[in-house]
Structures are given as C-alpha cells and as structure tokens.
Design a protein around this ligand. Structure first.
Ligand SMILES: *[C@@H]1O[C@H](CO)[C@@H](O)[C@H](O)[C@H]1NC(C)=O
Ligand SMILES: *[C@@H]1O[C@H](CO)[C@@H](O)[C@H](O)[C@H]1NC(C)=O
Ligand SMILES: *[C@@H]1O[C@H](CO)[C@@H](O)[C@H](O)[C@H]1NC(C)=O
Ligand SMILES: *[C@@H]1O[C@H](CO)[C@@H](O)[C@H](O)[C@H]1NC(C)=O
Ligand SMILES: *[C@@H]1O[C@H](CO)[C@@H](O)[C@H](O)[C@H]1NC(C)=O
Ligand SMILES: *[C@@H]1O[C@H](CO)[C@@H](O)[C@H](O)[C@H]1NC(C)=O
Ligand SMILES: *[C@@H]1O[C@H](CO)[C@@H](O)[C@H](O)[C@H]1NC(C)=O
Ligand SMILES: *[C@@H]1O[C@H](CO)[C@@H](O)[C@H](O)[C@H]1NC(C)=O
Ligand SMILES: *[C@@H]1O[C@H](CO)[C@@H](O)[C@H](O)[C@H]1NC(C)=O
Ligand SMILES: *[C@@H]1O[C@H](CO)[C@@H](O)[C@H](O)[C@H]1NC(C)=O
Length: 337
C-alpha cells in the first residue's frame, strides 16, 4: 500500500521533473529561435552608426550611452521585448554605407532610409530579416545588384542598382510591392514575376530593362499597378494582362510596343485610373470601350500609329483630369480617318 503510494508519488515527481525539463527546453528553444538579444541590437545599431560618414543634421548624436537604444532618434522598439522593430531615418542627409550588421536586427519590421546618400551595396543579410514588412531604400545611391532575398515590400527607387531582377525574388510568396524605378536594371521583366501572386504593385519606370512583357504577368490576379515607362520594352502587350481586372494603373509609355488593343479593353479593365501608353508603336483603333473606364483620370495615348476615328465618349469620363491636350492634338494629326 505504502509502496504503492510511494511509487505513485515517485511517478508524480518523475512526471513533474519531466514537465519542468520540457518546460525549460521549450523556453530555451523559444529564446534561441528569437535569435540574439538586446545586446545584439545595440551592437548592430552602433555598427550602423559607425559606417555613417556624414550626419549633417546630427540626428545620430542621440545614439549614445546616455540613453537606452530604444530611445535613440529614429529607433522604435517593442514594448515588452525591447528589441528594435523600426528604424526611420528619412531625408536626414546621411552619407556612408549600410552596415551588414543591420541583418542582426531580427525583430525589425520597418526599415525606412529613403532620401539619404547611402552608397555601396545593399547587404544581402537584409534578406534574412523574416519580420521585415516595409523596406524603403528609395532615393539613395546604392549600387551593385539587388539582394536575392528581399522581403514583402521593397522600395528601391532611384538608386544605381544594376544587373537583373533576381530570380530568388519569386520565392517571396508575400511580396506585394516592388518598386525599382530609376535604376540601371537590365535583363527584361522576368517571367518568374508571374509566380509572385501576392504582387499588387510592380513599378520599374526608367530602367534599360529591354525585352517583351511576359505573358505570366497575367497570373498576378491582385495586381493594381503596372508601371514601366522608358524600359525599352518591345513586342506586343500580352493578352493575359487584360485578365487583371483590378488594374488601376496601366502605364507603359515611351517603349516600342506593337500590336493593337482589344476592342473590349474598357470592359476588361474597368477600374483604370491611369492609362498611359503614349510613345509606342501601337496600331489599330483606340477601343471605344474605353468610354466605360468611368474612373479614368489620366489618358495618354499619343504618338502611336492608331488609325480610324476616335469614338471614345469622353462625356462619359467625368473624372478625367488630363487627356494630355498637347498629345491629343498631335494624335489628331496622326489619325487617318
Ligand atoms: C527544440 O527545437 C528542436 C529543433 O527545432 C526540436 O526538435 C525540439 O523538439 C524542440 N524541443 C522542445 C522541447 O520544444
Ligand atoms: C539588455 O538587457 C539586460 C537585461 O534586461 C539589461 O541588463 C541590459 O542593460 C540590456 N542591454 C542593453 C544594451 O540594452
Ligand atoms: C547624447 O545625446 C544627447 C541627446 O542628443 C546629447 O545631448 C548628448 O550631448 C549626447 N552625449 C554625448 C556624449 O554625445
Ligand atoms: C531629401 O532630403 C533633403 C535633406 O537632406 C531635403 O532637403 C529634401 O527636401 C528631401 N527631398 C524630398 C523629396 O523629400
Ligand atoms: C552580426 O552581423 C555580423 C555581420 O554580418 C556578424 O559578423 C556577427 O557575427 C553577427 N552577430 C552578432 C551577435 O553580432
Ligand atoms: C516607402 O515604402 C513604403 C513601402 O513600400 C511605402 O508605403 C511608402 O509610401 C514609401 N515612402 C515613400 C516616401 O516613397
Ligand atoms: C534566402 O532565404 C532563404 C530562406 O530564408 C535562405 O535559405 C537562403 O539562404 C537565403 N539566401 C540568401 C542568399 O540570403
Ligand atoms: C513558377 O513556379 C513554379 C512552381 O514552383 C515553377 O515550376 C516554375 O518554373 C516557375 N516559373 C518561372 C517562370 O520561374
Ligand atoms: C484569363 O483568365 C481565365 C480564367 O482565369 C483563363 O481561363 C484565361 O486563360 C486567361 N486568359 C489569358 C489570356 O491569360
Ligand atoms: C459600356 O458597357 C455597357 C454595359 O456593359 C455596354 O452595353 C456598352 O456597349 C459599353 N460601351 C462601349 C462603348 O463599349
């Protein structure tokens, strides 16, 4: 009887011990999966600062030991875990390069450095920041290639990036915004972009990309904006694009696109606000169905080889703000009635 009790309490003790072991193992698993600690963040921020060669507005002087790093200018932390979640240094005139140590800020969700003078490469380690949701490095002087593993939202406008759009970008199943405008990218609009079905905005204006628009673009059912002005694109506009009924911005001006627009254009893209195809080599008629794009605001179609009468009913397009009168005037002389 006693031995039974003894053994059952022994079993209970062993059981409790096992629970505790599992509990502590779980805790240690959790903390190790968090990757690093506040000391890592502190070191990473100091390294970031050490690579800044000019700070004209002295925004980084507050980055000193008189304050906890969570109170440094432009730095925000999580309330409880005190890890860096956001770095915002917009238009601060900062010069220098970007330390790869920022790849150690494992809790970083938003990283905004737009409009500074960062140069050199964008560290590949940024691609390891799995919590990063907003990355805006636009309007800097970054050069080299686009890192392979960018996160959900990548804003890399106006830098000096070269090479082609990396294939690894198509593994990012949650990327929704890719802005690459005003860089030196080549290699065309890659067909694998069609695999990023979360994409809502693709903008690559003013890059010497070249090539055709891949028909896989039609797989981006959530796409709202496609903007590729001055991208040296040629060939026809793939018909699959007219499946993207959520499109509000359809802007491919100043390229060498050929072929004609489908008659049902307006019925297929009813939400268009921006329609910009000026300066291409498009032929055929301007589809009258454009009259049904009732939200159209910007309409630029001049300098093409359209023929026939313009029978778009502009009276229907109440919100239209800019027809591009200069272009329309010129267009009139291009039309053969
Ligand atoms: C700890 O993590 C490892 C690997 O991720 C896993 O195999 C193990 O079961 C975890 N242990 C506990 C107690 O959660
Ligand atoms: C990190 O956290 C520990 C314990 O909470 C604290 O003692 C230490 O001062 C912190 N270090 C920094 C750099 O914030
Ligand atoms: C630390 O930052 C504060 C706030 O910007 C500044 O007043 C102070 O001079 C700095 N201390 C040092 C040692 O730079
Ligand atoms: C960019 O930053 C500079 C300060 O360095 C500022 O004068 C300028 O207005 C900013 N440009 C934009 C477009 O915000
Ligand atoms: C942080 O990043 C640097 C450079 O990428 C690396 O050498 C270092 O080991 C990382 N870890 C810590 C804890 O600083
Ligand atoms: C910076 O990027 C974010 C995310 O792409 C975007 O929401 C924001 O509008 C951008 N800011 C500027 C000034 O471009
Ligand atoms: C990209 O991310 C994946 C998954 O997080 C990782 O396995 C791979 O090593 C990363 N590649 C680079 C070049 O950072
Ligand atoms: C798109 O993804 C599928 C499945 O992962 C793959 O088989 C295909 O090669 C990818 N397409 C492109 C153009 O990379
Ligand atoms: C448009 O979408 C439909 C249904 O999703 C599909 O059957 C059709 O092949 C697509 N058309 C083009 C040109 O991609
Ligand atoms: C506009 O849409 C209506 C309804 O779908 C249709 O009857 C009409 O023919 C369309 N107008 C043009 C010019 O395509």
């Amino acid at each position: 009887m006693n031995s039974c009790l003894a053994s059952s309490s022994h079993i209970a003790a062993v059981f409790l011990f096992h629970c505790l072991v599992i509990f502590f193992l779980t805790i240690s698993n959790i903390s190790s999966s968090y990757g690093g600690n506040n000391e890592t963040d502190y070191q990473a921020l100091l390294k970031f600062k050490s690579m800044i060669t000019n700070d004209p507005y002295r925004v980084l002087t507050s980055w000193n030991d008189s304050f906890h790093f969570c109170d440094w200018g432009g730095v925000s932390c999580g309330k409880h875990h005190k890890r860096v979640t956001r770095v915002e240094l917009i238009s601060k005139g900062l010069e220098g390069s970007l330390s790869p140590h920022v790849g150690n800020l494992t809790f970083l969700r938003e990283f905004l450095l737009l409009n500074n003078s960062f140069e050199g490469v964008i560290p590949h380690k940024l691609g390891h920041l799995s919590r990063l949701r907003i990355l805006n490095l636009s309007y800097n002087k970054f050069s080299g290639e686009i890192p392979t593993n960018l996160s959900r939202c990548s804003n890399l406008r106006s830098n000096k990036l070269v090479g082609s759009i990396p294939k690894e970008i198509s593994f990012l199943s949650k990327l929704n915004t890719l802005r690459l405008d005003a860089n030196c990218l080549t290699g065309g609009i890659p067909p694998f972009l069609g695999n990023i079905t979360s994409m809502e905005v693709f903008s690559a204006n003013t890059n010497p990309l070249g090539g055709n628009i891949p028909h896989t673009i039609g797989q981006l059912k959530l796409l709202r904006k496609i903007q590729c002005s001055e991208c040296n694109l040629y060939g026809t506009i793939p018909h699959s694009i007219y499946n993207l009924s959520l499109l509000t911005h359809f802007a491919l001006p100043v390229n060498r696109l050929t072929g004609s627009l489908p008659l049902a254009f307006g019925a297929m893209l009813p939400r268009l606000v921006f329609l910009q195809l000026r300066i291409n080599q498009l032929t055929g008629v301007l589809p009258p169905s454009i009259s049904n794009c009732s939200e159209l605001v910007i309409f630029e179609m001049a300098f093409n080889s359209f023929s026939g009468k313009v029978s778009i009913d502009f009276a229907n397009l109440r919100d239209i703000y800019e027809i591009g009168s200069h272009y329309l005037h010129t267009m009139a002389s291009y039309l053969h009635t």
